[in-house]
Ligand binder design. Structure first.
Ligand code: ZN
Length: 300
């Protein structure tokens, strides 16, 4: 519904997205629009409930979940299977255990609270899987045994730690978990030429589509199976594509040359070098902003 509304302004309309939703939900620095991925956000909110069960035993809901669903031990979370007798939410939380598992580590002290096969206490994660329930090769078993010899046992009780990317956290942050669930996404260098302060949203948005090569140029329309002559409407000499329009085409290049001369820069002909020039404009900031505004307006 979000993606249809994004492109048509009407959630009931037919979806004609120009850019994949997986790109739209990236941040602007990563080449997206910075729209929140609600499915992942929902998952991050559900993980907060699992965090409550492990780390906030004083919560009435967490205490109820532990006693009634997990039969008195939070470790049972790793082995309790969804059931028809549970509520929809309970089953949803139980199904999320593989997502929660890497985040909830057991710190061993006296070893009494540790479920050897299922708790996340070793660098090999769930030993039930790693050692295939004891049927694995000797090499795996030796690795686990040698890890056990490095553990310093003490009188203290074992306890769970909430760890995100190797860092222990005392509090739950939905935003941090959302970023963790998104994974590491590479940033794009051209975002600074598109999303500018005091930019005109309509023009920035169009420049974003051009940067992604998602404008309906004739080469793309023909690629979708539509019947069109491929020739450029502006110069009538070469096939129309993103790279031809910006700025291989004589007509559009003349226009850009006019604007570029007012901005006191050398207008480059290829799209790649023009984009590169825009993201590395020299200071001062006011001249940068005006040049980028002129560039985006010409593209639009
Ligand atoms: Zn042309």
């Amino acid at each position: 519904m979000c993606r249809v509304f994004r492109w048509k302004g009407d959630p009931e309309a037919h979806n004609t997205a120009r850019v994949a939703w997986s790109t739209v939900v990236k941040t602007k620095e990563e080449g997206g629009l910075g729209v929140k991925d609600l499915l992942l956000w929902n998952k991050a909110c559900c993980l907060r409930l699992i965090w409550l069960i492990f780390f906030r035993p004083e919560s009435v809901w967490a205490a109820w979940f532990k006693e009634v669903i997990l039969k008195g031990s939070v470790s049972n979370y790793w082995t309790t299977k969804p059931s028809q007798s549970f509520s929809w939410l309970t089953n949803k939380l139980l199904k999320l255990r593989d997502v929660a598992y890497p985040l909830i580590h057991l710190r061993i002290h006296n070893g009494k609270g540790c479920r050897f096969w299922v708790d996340n206490w070793s660098p090999y994660w769930k030993l039930e899987d790693y050692l295939e329930g004891g049927r694995s090769s000797l090499e795996g078993q030796v690795q686990v045994l040698s890890f056990i010899t490095t553990i310093m046992f003490s009188e203290e009780s074992d306890y769970y730690k909430w760890e995100i990317r190797g860092k222990t956290r005392k509090k739950y942050s939905t935003g941090e978990v959302y970023q963790y669930l998104r994974g590491i996404v590479e940033v794009v260098t051209w975002a600074r030429a598109i999303w500018i302060s005091r930019g005109i949203p309509r023009q920035s948005f169009h420049a974003w589509l051009v940067a992604l090569n998602r404008i309906p140029t004739r080469d793309r329309l023909i690629g979708w199976g539509l019947q069109f002559p491929l020739i450029c409407l502006l110069c009538n000499t070469t096939d129309e594509s993103r790279d031809h329009l910006y700025w291989g085409c004589n007509f559009s290049y003349q226009l850009w040359s006019l604007v570029a001369s007012r901005c006191r820069i050398n207008p480059l002909r290829s799209w790649g070098s023009s984009l590169n020039q825009m993201k590395t404009l020299p200071p001062p900031n006011k001249t940068q902003s005006l040049t980028l505004l002129g560039w985006q307006a010409t593209i639009y």
